[in-house]
Design a protein around this ligand. Structure first.
Ligand SMILES: NC(=O)c1ccc[n+]([C@@H]2O[C@H](COP(=O)([O-])OP(=O)(O)OC[C@H]3O[C@@H](n4cnc5c(N)ncnc54)[C@H](O)[C@@H]3O)[C@@H](O)[C@H]2O)c1
Length: 323
Protein backbone atom coordinates (compact mmCIF):
# COMPACT_ATOMS: atom_id res chain seq x y z
CA UNK A 1 0.00 0.00 0.00
CA UNK A 2 1.36 3.40 -0.99
CA UNK A 3 1.20 5.97 1.86
CA UNK A 4 0.15 8.91 -0.24
CA UNK A 5 -2.26 6.87 -2.35
CA UNK A 6 -4.91 9.20 -3.72
CA UNK A 7 -8.45 8.48 -4.80
CA UNK A 8 -9.72 10.01 -8.04
CA UNK A 9 -13.30 9.90 -9.21
CA UNK A 10 -13.33 9.44 -12.98
CA UNK A 11 -16.73 9.99 -14.58
CA UNK A 12 -17.21 8.58 -18.07
CA UNK A 13 -14.70 5.87 -17.10
CA UNK A 14 -15.95 3.44 -19.79
CA UNK A 15 -15.41 6.13 -22.42
CA UNK A 16 -12.36 6.49 -24.64
CA UNK A 17 -10.45 9.10 -22.62
CA UNK A 18 -11.82 8.13 -19.19
CA UNK A 19 -10.66 4.53 -19.57
CA UNK A 20 -7.12 5.57 -20.53
CA UNK A 21 -6.88 8.02 -17.64
CA UNK A 22 -8.21 5.50 -15.12
CA UNK A 23 -5.76 2.85 -16.37
CA UNK A 24 -2.84 5.24 -16.05
CA UNK A 25 -3.88 6.33 -12.53
CA UNK A 26 -4.18 2.67 -11.45
CA UNK A 27 -0.81 1.76 -12.98
CA UNK A 28 0.71 4.56 -10.92
CA UNK A 29 -0.64 3.25 -7.63
CA UNK A 30 -3.74 5.43 -7.25
CA UNK A 31 -7.27 4.41 -6.39
CA UNK A 32 -10.00 5.03 -8.97
CA UNK A 33 -13.72 5.29 -8.40
CA UNK A 34 -15.30 5.09 -11.85
CA UNK A 35 -18.81 6.08 -12.89
CA UNK A 36 -20.45 5.52 -16.27
CA UNK A 37 -24.05 5.05 -17.40
CA UNK A 38 -22.88 2.91 -20.37
CA UNK A 39 -25.29 4.68 -22.69
CA UNK A 40 -25.86 3.41 -26.21
CA UNK A 41 -24.58 6.47 -28.12
CA UNK A 42 -22.10 4.02 -29.62
CA UNK A 43 -21.34 0.30 -29.33
CA UNK A 44 -21.78 -0.59 -25.65
CA UNK A 45 -19.66 -3.73 -26.04
CA UNK A 46 -16.64 -1.48 -26.72
CA UNK A 47 -17.34 0.41 -23.47
CA UNK A 48 -17.64 -2.90 -21.60
CA UNK A 49 -14.43 -4.20 -23.15
CA UNK A 50 -12.59 -1.09 -21.97
CA UNK A 51 -14.04 -1.57 -18.48
CA UNK A 52 -12.89 -5.20 -18.42
CA UNK A 53 -9.32 -3.95 -18.74
CA UNK A 54 -9.54 -2.01 -15.47
CA UNK A 55 -12.26 -3.27 -13.12
CA UNK A 56 -10.37 -6.35 -12.00
CA UNK A 57 -7.69 -4.05 -10.57
CA UNK A 58 -7.89 -4.12 -6.78
CA UNK A 59 -7.80 -0.32 -6.54
CA UNK A 60 -10.66 0.20 -8.99
CA UNK A 61 -14.34 0.46 -8.00
CA UNK A 62 -16.94 0.88 -10.72
CA UNK A 63 -20.48 2.24 -10.39
CA UNK A 64 -22.89 1.77 -13.28
CA UNK A 65 -24.60 5.09 -12.61
CA UNK A 66 -25.75 8.28 -14.25
CA UNK A 67 -24.05 11.48 -13.09
CA UNK A 68 -27.54 12.98 -12.77
CA UNK A 69 -28.48 10.52 -10.03
CA UNK A 70 -27.99 12.82 -7.03
CA UNK A 71 -28.85 10.17 -4.39
CA UNK A 72 -26.43 7.64 -5.86
CA UNK A 73 -23.69 10.26 -6.06
CA UNK A 74 -24.23 11.29 -2.44
CA UNK A 75 -23.86 7.64 -1.43
CA UNK A 76 -20.65 7.28 -3.45
CA UNK A 77 -19.15 10.46 -1.96
CA UNK A 78 -20.20 9.41 1.55
CA UNK A 79 -18.73 5.91 1.19
CA UNK A 80 -15.37 6.95 -0.30
CA UNK A 81 -12.96 9.70 0.54
CA UNK A 82 -12.47 11.29 -2.88
CA UNK A 83 -9.37 13.48 -3.26
CA UNK A 84 -9.79 14.53 -6.88
CA UNK A 85 -12.47 14.61 -9.54
CA UNK A 86 -11.88 14.08 -13.26
CA UNK A 87 -15.21 14.77 -14.95
CA UNK A 88 -15.24 13.32 -18.45
CA UNK A 89 -18.81 11.98 -18.64
CA UNK A 90 -20.63 13.93 -21.34
CA UNK A 91 -22.62 13.54 -24.48
CA UNK A 92 -19.84 13.98 -27.03
CA UNK A 93 -20.06 14.67 -30.77
CA UNK A 94 -20.85 17.85 -32.70
CA UNK A 95 -23.11 16.30 -35.32
CA UNK A 96 -25.29 14.31 -32.91
CA UNK A 97 -26.12 17.53 -31.00
CA UNK A 98 -28.32 18.50 -33.94
CA UNK A 99 -30.17 15.17 -33.74
CA UNK A 100 -30.64 14.80 -29.97
CA UNK A 101 -30.14 18.19 -28.23
CA UNK A 102 -31.62 17.11 -24.90
CA UNK A 103 -28.94 14.45 -24.40
CA UNK A 104 -26.48 17.38 -24.20
CA UNK A 105 -28.60 19.31 -21.75
CA UNK A 106 -28.89 16.20 -19.54
CA UNK A 107 -25.28 15.02 -19.35
CA UNK A 108 -23.29 18.17 -20.15
CA UNK A 109 -25.27 20.79 -18.25
CA UNK A 110 -27.34 19.08 -15.54
CA UNK A 111 -24.87 16.22 -15.01
CA UNK A 112 -21.94 18.63 -14.81
CA UNK A 113 -23.79 20.77 -12.25
CA UNK A 114 -24.55 17.65 -10.20
CA UNK A 115 -20.84 16.77 -9.99
CA UNK A 116 -20.01 20.36 -9.07
CA UNK A 117 -22.60 20.19 -6.30
CA UNK A 118 -20.86 17.06 -4.99
CA UNK A 119 -17.56 18.95 -4.90
CA UNK A 120 -19.32 21.71 -2.97
CA UNK A 121 -20.72 19.30 -0.39
CA UNK A 122 -17.68 16.99 -0.20
CA UNK A 123 -14.59 19.21 -0.66
CA UNK A 124 -11.87 17.87 -2.96
CA UNK A 125 -8.23 18.85 -3.58
CA UNK A 126 -8.77 19.32 -7.30
CA UNK A 127 -11.51 19.13 -9.94
CA UNK A 128 -10.56 18.74 -13.61
CA UNK A 129 -13.18 18.64 -16.36
CA UNK A 130 -13.25 18.08 -20.11
CA UNK A 131 -13.96 21.04 -22.30
CA UNK A 132 -13.39 21.05 -26.05
CA UNK A 133 -11.84 22.86 -29.01
CA UNK A 134 -15.48 23.27 -30.15
CA UNK A 135 -15.77 26.26 -27.79
CA UNK A 136 -13.76 28.28 -30.35
CA UNK A 137 -16.54 28.04 -32.95
CA UNK A 138 -15.39 28.92 -36.47
CA UNK A 139 -13.00 31.62 -35.27
CA UNK A 140 -10.66 32.59 -38.10
CA UNK A 141 -7.95 33.62 -35.65
CA UNK A 142 -5.45 30.78 -35.55
CA UNK A 143 -3.97 29.20 -33.56
CA UNK A 144 -6.75 29.10 -30.95
CA UNK A 145 -5.56 30.67 -27.69
CA UNK A 146 -7.14 30.32 -24.26
CA UNK A 147 -6.99 34.13 -24.00
CA UNK A 148 -9.15 34.56 -27.14
CA UNK A 149 -12.44 36.27 -26.44
CA UNK A 150 -14.83 33.51 -27.53
CA UNK A 151 -18.57 33.82 -27.34
CA UNK A 152 -19.80 32.25 -30.57
CA UNK A 153 -19.83 28.44 -30.46
CA UNK A 154 -21.45 27.13 -33.64
CA UNK A 155 -22.83 23.86 -32.23
CA UNK A 156 -24.92 23.04 -29.19
CA UNK A 157 -22.12 20.69 -28.13
CA UNK A 158 -19.63 23.60 -28.19
CA UNK A 159 -22.13 25.80 -26.35
CA UNK A 160 -22.55 23.24 -23.54
CA UNK A 161 -18.77 22.94 -23.16
CA UNK A 162 -18.36 26.73 -23.02
CA UNK A 163 -21.21 26.80 -20.47
CA UNK A 164 -19.28 24.28 -18.36
CA UNK A 165 -16.33 26.67 -18.24
CA UNK A 166 -18.53 29.60 -17.19
CA UNK A 167 -20.45 27.59 -14.59
CA UNK A 168 -17.14 26.20 -13.26
CA UNK A 169 -15.75 29.71 -12.89
CA UNK A 170 -18.76 30.75 -10.80
CA UNK A 171 -18.41 27.65 -8.56
CA UNK A 172 -14.71 28.27 -8.11
CA UNK A 173 -15.46 31.88 -7.16
CA UNK A 174 -18.41 31.13 -4.86
CA UNK A 175 -17.26 27.97 -3.13
CA UNK A 176 -13.49 28.05 -3.46
CA UNK A 177 -13.37 24.80 -5.46
CA UNK A 178 -10.09 24.38 -7.43
CA UNK A 179 -11.26 23.91 -11.02
CA UNK A 180 -9.40 23.32 -14.27
CA UNK A 181 -11.04 22.94 -17.69
CA UNK A 182 -9.16 21.14 -20.47
CA UNK A 183 -10.00 22.00 -24.06
CA UNK A 184 -9.25 18.70 -25.80
CA UNK A 185 -8.43 18.82 -29.53
CA UNK A 186 -9.59 15.79 -31.61
CA UNK A 187 -8.26 12.93 -29.51
CA UNK A 188 -7.40 9.65 -31.27
CA UNK A 189 -5.68 6.35 -30.56
CA UNK A 190 -6.29 2.76 -29.42
CA UNK A 191 -9.73 2.10 -27.88
CA UNK A 192 -10.96 5.26 -29.67
CA UNK A 193 -14.47 6.45 -30.38
CA UNK A 194 -16.34 4.79 -33.26
CA UNK A 195 -18.10 8.04 -34.26
CA UNK A 196 -14.83 9.85 -35.01
CA UNK A 197 -13.16 10.25 -38.42
CA UNK A 198 -10.16 7.92 -38.00
CA UNK A 199 -12.37 5.08 -36.73
CA UNK A 200 -15.06 5.63 -39.40
CA UNK A 201 -12.53 5.82 -42.23
CA UNK A 202 -10.67 2.70 -41.08
CA UNK A 203 -13.86 0.67 -40.75
CA UNK A 204 -15.19 1.71 -44.18
CA UNK A 205 -11.88 1.27 -46.01
CA UNK A 206 -11.45 -2.24 -44.58
CA UNK A 207 -15.04 -3.10 -45.57
CA UNK A 208 -14.49 -1.75 -49.11
CA UNK A 209 -17.13 0.91 -48.54
CA UNK A 210 -16.80 4.58 -49.56
CA UNK A 211 -15.79 7.16 -46.96
CA UNK A 212 -17.65 10.46 -46.50
CA UNK A 213 -15.28 13.44 -46.73
CA UNK A 214 -16.88 16.69 -45.61
CA UNK A 215 -16.15 20.21 -46.87
CA UNK A 216 -14.78 18.42 -49.97
CA UNK A 217 -11.66 17.55 -47.92
CA UNK A 218 -10.81 21.16 -47.05
CA UNK A 219 -10.53 20.52 -43.32
CA UNK A 220 -7.61 20.74 -40.95
CA UNK A 221 -7.60 19.24 -37.48
CA UNK A 222 -5.21 19.35 -34.55
CA UNK A 223 -5.19 15.58 -33.89
CA UNK A 224 -3.91 14.75 -30.40
CA UNK A 225 -2.74 11.28 -29.47
CA UNK A 226 -4.36 9.71 -26.42
CA UNK A 227 -1.09 9.15 -24.46
CA UNK A 228 -0.31 12.87 -24.74
CA UNK A 229 -3.84 13.68 -23.56
CA UNK A 230 -3.40 11.33 -20.59
CA UNK A 231 -0.10 13.02 -19.65
CA UNK A 232 -1.69 16.48 -19.83
CA UNK A 233 -4.76 15.45 -17.86
CA UNK A 234 -2.78 13.71 -15.09
CA UNK A 235 -0.54 16.75 -14.87
CA UNK A 236 -3.65 18.95 -14.47
CA UNK A 237 -4.98 16.62 -11.76
CA UNK A 238 -1.67 16.96 -9.90
CA UNK A 239 -1.55 20.77 -10.21
CA UNK A 240 -4.53 22.46 -8.56
CA UNK A 241 -5.36 26.04 -9.55
CA UNK A 242 -8.14 28.25 -8.27
CA UNK A 243 -9.49 28.36 -11.82
CA UNK A 244 -7.71 27.75 -15.13
CA UNK A 245 -8.46 26.71 -18.69
CA UNK A 246 -5.89 24.97 -20.90
CA UNK A 247 -5.69 23.83 -24.50
CA UNK A 248 -4.63 20.18 -24.82
CA UNK A 249 -3.74 19.81 -28.48
CA UNK A 250 -0.81 18.63 -30.52
CA UNK A 251 -0.39 22.19 -31.84
CA UNK A 252 -0.14 21.04 -35.43
CA UNK A 253 -3.06 21.26 -37.86
CA UNK A 254 -3.15 18.18 -40.13
CA UNK A 255 -4.90 18.28 -43.48
CA UNK A 256 -7.81 15.82 -43.65
CA UNK A 257 -6.57 14.49 -47.01
CA UNK A 258 -3.12 13.89 -45.46
CA UNK A 259 -4.77 11.87 -42.67
CA UNK A 260 -6.62 9.78 -45.26
CA UNK A 261 -3.40 9.33 -47.25
CA UNK A 262 -1.60 7.94 -44.19
CA UNK A 263 -4.45 5.51 -43.44
CA UNK A 264 -4.45 4.35 -47.08
CA UNK A 265 -0.67 3.80 -47.02
CA UNK A 266 -0.75 1.93 -43.74
CA UNK A 267 -3.68 -0.27 -44.84
CA UNK A 268 -2.28 -0.67 -48.36
CA UNK A 269 -5.71 0.15 -49.85
CA UNK A 270 -7.03 3.20 -51.62
CA UNK A 271 -10.25 4.60 -50.18
CA UNK A 272 -13.34 5.16 -52.32
CA UNK A 273 -14.07 8.80 -51.60
CA UNK A 274 -17.44 10.47 -51.33
CA UNK A 275 -16.87 14.27 -51.25
CA UNK A 276 -19.59 16.22 -49.43
CA UNK A 277 -20.26 19.81 -48.23
CA UNK A 278 -19.41 21.00 -44.71
CA UNK A 279 -21.83 19.64 -42.09
CA UNK A 280 -23.77 22.16 -39.97
CA UNK A 281 -21.92 22.82 -36.70
CA UNK A 282 -18.57 21.56 -38.01
CA UNK A 283 -15.45 23.70 -37.80
CA UNK A 284 -13.19 23.64 -40.89
CA UNK A 285 -9.90 24.13 -38.99
CA UNK A 286 -8.70 23.64 -35.42
CA UNK A 287 -5.21 24.44 -34.22
CA UNK A 288 -4.20 24.82 -30.57
CA UNK A 289 -1.75 27.28 -29.10
CA UNK A 290 -0.26 25.33 -26.17
CA UNK A 291 2.34 27.74 -24.79
CA UNK A 292 0.35 28.30 -21.59
CA UNK A 293 -0.13 24.52 -21.16
CA UNK A 294 3.60 23.92 -21.71
CA UNK A 295 4.54 26.54 -19.13
CA UNK A 296 2.00 25.78 -16.41
CA UNK A 297 1.48 22.01 -16.81
CA UNK A 298 4.77 21.00 -18.45
CA UNK A 299 2.68 19.63 -21.33
CA UNK A 300 4.80 18.35 -24.21
CA UNK A 301 2.94 16.26 -26.84
CA UNK A 302 5.32 13.76 -28.42
CA UNK A 303 3.36 11.59 -30.83
CA UNK A 304 3.48 12.28 -34.58
CA UNK A 305 0.31 11.69 -36.59
CA UNK A 306 1.85 8.75 -38.49
CA UNK A 307 3.03 7.01 -35.32
CA UNK A 308 -0.36 7.61 -33.67
CA UNK A 309 -2.30 6.26 -36.66
CA UNK A 310 -0.08 3.16 -36.80
CA UNK A 311 -0.77 2.49 -33.11
CA UNK A 312 -4.51 2.96 -33.64
CA UNK A 313 -4.50 0.59 -36.65
CA UNK A 314 -2.53 -2.05 -34.71
CA UNK A 315 -5.12 -1.92 -31.94
CA UNK A 316 -8.04 -1.92 -34.44
CA UNK A 317 -6.76 -5.00 -36.30
CA UNK A 318 -6.17 -6.83 -33.04
CA UNK A 319 -9.47 -5.88 -31.39
CA UNK A 320 -11.63 -6.64 -34.45
CA UNK A 321 -9.52 -9.65 -35.56
CA UNK A 322 -8.71 -8.14 -38.95
CA UNK A 323 -6.07 -10.14 -40.82
N1 LIG B 1 -12.47 12.50 -27.89
C1 LIG B 1 -12.29 13.78 -28.27
O1 LIG B 1 -11.71 14.07 -29.31
C2 LIG B 1 -12.79 14.90 -27.39
C3 LIG B 1 -12.53 16.21 -27.81
C4 LIG B 1 -12.99 17.26 -27.01
C5 LIG B 1 -13.63 16.99 -25.82
N2 LIG B 1 -13.89 15.71 -25.45
C6 LIG B 1 -14.59 15.50 -24.19
O2 LIG B 1 -13.86 14.57 -23.41
C7 LIG B 1 -14.74 13.77 -22.62
C8 LIG B 1 -14.50 12.31 -22.91
O3 LIG B 1 -14.71 12.09 -24.30
P1 LIG B 1 -14.56 10.66 -24.98
O4 LIG B 1 -14.02 10.88 -26.33
O5 LIG B 1 -13.89 9.73 -24.04
O6 LIG B 1 -16.10 10.29 -25.14
P2 LIG B 1 -16.86 8.92 -24.80
O7 LIG B 1 -18.25 9.10 -25.35
O8 LIG B 1 -16.07 7.76 -25.28
O9 LIG B 1 -16.90 8.91 -23.22
C9 LIG B 1 -17.88 9.51 -22.44
C10 LIG B 1 -18.42 8.48 -21.46
O10 LIG B 1 -19.35 9.13 -20.60
C11 LIG B 1 -20.46 8.28 -20.39
N3 LIG B 1 -21.59 9.16 -20.06
C12 LIG B 1 -22.22 10.04 -20.87
N4 LIG B 1 -23.22 10.65 -20.20
C13 LIG B 1 -23.21 10.15 -18.94
C14 LIG B 1 -24.00 10.38 -17.79
N5 LIG B 1 -25.03 11.23 -17.81
N6 LIG B 1 -23.72 9.69 -16.66
C15 LIG B 1 -22.69 8.80 -16.63
N7 LIG B 1 -21.92 8.53 -17.69
C16 LIG B 1 -22.17 9.20 -18.84
C17 LIG B 1 -20.63 7.53 -21.69
O11 LIG B 1 -21.30 6.29 -21.51
C18 LIG B 1 -19.19 7.34 -22.15
O12 LIG B 1 -18.68 6.10 -21.75
C19 LIG B 1 -16.15 14.26 -22.97
O13 LIG B 1 -16.51 15.23 -22.03
C20 LIG B 1 -15.97 14.89 -24.33
O14 LIG B 1 -16.96 15.86 -24.58
C21 LIG B 1 -13.47 14.67 -26.20
Amino acid sequence: MIDNQQTTLVTGVAGFIGFHIARSLLENGNRVIGIDNLNAYYDVSLKKARLEQIISHRNCTFYHEDINNLDALKRIFSNHHIDKICNLAAQAGVRYSIQDPFAYQESNIKGFLTILEMARQFPVDNFVFASSSSVYGDSEKLPFMVEDNIATPISLYGATKRSNELIAYSYSHLFNIPLTGLRYFTVYGPWGRPDMALFLFTRSILAGQPIDIYNFGKMRRDFTYIDDIVDGTISALNTPFRFEIFNLGNSEAVDLMELIGIIEEELGTEARKNFLPLQPGDISETYADIEKTRKMLGFNPKTSIRTGIKKFLDWYRDYYHVA
